[in-house]
Structure formats: C-alpha cells, structure tokens
Design a protein. Structure first.
Lengths: 126, 207
C-alpha cells in the first residue's frame, strides 16, 4: 500500500491532519513530520527522512506539504533517496491528505493516489 | 586567494556575524515573514561551529559540503534548503581543492547562486536573497577581471550586495513567505538578502 507523509512547520498541524485522515482511511500507512526536533516551528530534514522511511514500501510514498520550506526541505530529502519511489504532491494539505489516504487504502498505485489528491484542489466546499 | 585553513576561519566569522545579528534578522522577518530568519540561521551556524573542528585538514569542497548539510538539517526554515543548497553546490565546484584563486572563488559564488535559484526558483526582482547575490557576484566578477586584489573586489561585492538590499525595500515580494503580505512588503528590506550580505561581509573581513 502507498504510504503517506504529512510535512508541516507545525507539529500539531501535521499530527492533526494525520488523525483526521485516519478517520477516513485507518488502514493507510500515514505519518506526520511536523515541526523541529525541539517541538518548535519549522521543517526538519531528519524528521522528513525518517517519516518517509517508516512508511516506505515498493508501492512508494506520497508526501504532502504545507508552506515554503516544507517543499524545499522535502525536495532535498527526496533527492538524497535516489532510486526510491517517493513523490511530492501539489495539493491542499487537509483535503489532499484525506483523498490520498482513501485512494491509497483502496490499493491504488502512487500515480492514482497523486491524481486523487490533486483533484481535491479543484473541489468546492459548498 | 585562500586555503582550507582560512576557509574554516571565514566560516567561523560567518557564524559570528550571523549570531551578532540574529535578533536584527529576525526583526526584519517579523513584518513580512514568519519572524524566525535570524533564530534559524543562528541555530544552523551553531551546528556548523560544532562540526568545524572535525573538518580541519579536509579539502575546501568537503568543508563547504558539510556546512551545507548542517544548514539543511538544522535551520528549519526556507533558509536551510536555500543556504544549504548554495554551500553544497559551492562545495561541488571546490571538490578536492585545498587552495582556490579568485577565479575559483567566482565559480564558487556562481554555483552558490545557481543552487539558490534551483531550489527557490527565484529570479531577480522578487525580493529575495537573489537580489543581493546577483549584483554582488557581478561586481566581484568585474573586479577580478580588472585584476583587483581580493580585498578590493570583495569590498565591491559587499557594496553591491548592500545596494541590492536597499533595492529590495522598493519592490513587492512575489516569492517566499513575504509574498503573502503582497504590497505591504514595500518599505521592508528582505531578510535573506540581508543575511547574504552579512555572510559576504564575513568573507571580505578576512582580506
């Protein structure tokens, strides 16, 4: 099953998105990489690296990020993981995570998970 | 121009000037960013300082690469991947070298700029560190071509970087966190352009 990593500057925000997505898709391997090691705001290269490795399988890992350095730091981690199937998804974090988790849980490929999450960007809330 | 021992001294000086100005850089970041640039850069360079003793005797490329990796893993904000990539790309140019001349230095700075632009996808005029880096490197290139001594062309570089910082006050941020505040970013100087100028000042102070 495709794994999912949520990267945020905020530890609480990343954990909250994982918790919420688990309500929708509890079977999907999903983990938070939020904040710095001391719990402060920021993005940690090591946390992201560990998170990706912890949910990694041959099916791959989808990473969903919040703002700014989340993307750049994730990009650097992925560059260091040559040959591994890991992709960043350009999607709204909450909606994208829920859609990605549901898609992953149904046994879809990384490409399908990515597509589902990106489609979440275009959906109106009401 | 410099050998590996002097490079370590210069990096120590960078850590010093960033530490002295950490509050100033953070204060610059408060109105237009997320109020952490100085704190983040200082945290990164603290880690660099811890690791410098282990880098004595290593070639310049290895030293710069390690500095980059330290910054990526400890800074925590956008300046981590940006400065980290800059140092790592700079390190790739200096790989295996224990001494560099003025032309190597320019190649190193070009690689650093390329790294920042690759990572941040920033162009000139978007109110980022690139607005200090590009004019500084242009001025130093010109100085090297004119046969100026390092002390002279570095002084030109710092002056051009400072002008670049002043220029960032006049423009709207379209990249990075400051782009969220849009027009309200006018009048504020870019923290990243400012920290780059400090880093360059630390290099210049060694000559």
């Amino acid at each position: 099953m495709v794994g999912i990593v949520i990267v945020s500057h905020s530890k609480k925000l990343a954990e909250g998105v994982v918790e919420l997505s688990r309500l929708i898709a509890g079977e999907c391997p999903m983990v938070a990489a939020g904040g710095l090691d001391d719990g402060g705001f920021g993005t940690s290269y090591e946390k992201i690296e560990e998170a990706i490795n912890s949910v990694y399988s041959d099916d791959g890992v989808a990473v969903i990020m919040d703002l700014g350095s989340s993307c750049m730091t994730t990009e650097m981690v992925i560059e260091s993981m040559e040959g591994k199937k890991v992709e960043m998804i350009d999607c709204p974090m909450v909606e994208g995570a829920a859609a990605a988790a549901a898609e992953a849980e149904s046994g879809s490929t990384l490409e399908e998970v990515k597509k589902a999450a990106m489609e979440a960007a275009g959906e109106s809330k009401f | 121009m410099t050998d590996n021992t002097k490079v370590i001294e210069i990096i120590k000086a960078m850590a010093g000037i960033i530490h002295e100005n950490a509050q100033f850089l953070t204060d610059l970041d408060a109105p237009i960013g997320d109020n952490d640039h100085g704190i983040n850069m200082d945290r990164g360079f603290r880690k660099v300082l811890e690791d410098l003793p282990g880098l004595e005797g290593k070639d310049i490329g290895a030293i710069l690469k390690k500095v980059g990796m330290d910054l990526v893993s400890t800074v925590g904000g956008s300046s981590g991947p940006l400065y980290g990539t800059a140092f790592m790309k700079a390190g790739a140019v200096a790989a295996g070298k224990n001494e560099i001349d003025a032309n190597d230095f320019i190649a190193i700075m070009d690689a650093a700029l390329g790294g920042v632009q690759l990572r941040g996808k920033a162009e000139k005029g978007e109110k980022t560190m690139v607005d200090a880096m590009i004019p500084a490197i242009e001025a130093m290139k010109k100085g090297v071509e004119e046969g100026k001594a390092p002390g002279e062309f570095l002084k030109d570089g710092v002056a051009a970087a400072k002008e670049g910082v002043e220029y960032t006050k006049t423009i709207i941020a379209t990249k990075g966190r400051a782009s969220y505040v849009g027009e309200r970013s006018i009048g504020h100087q870019d923290p990243g352009a400012t920290s780059f100028t400090f880093v360059l000042e630390a290099i210049a102070a060694a000559y």
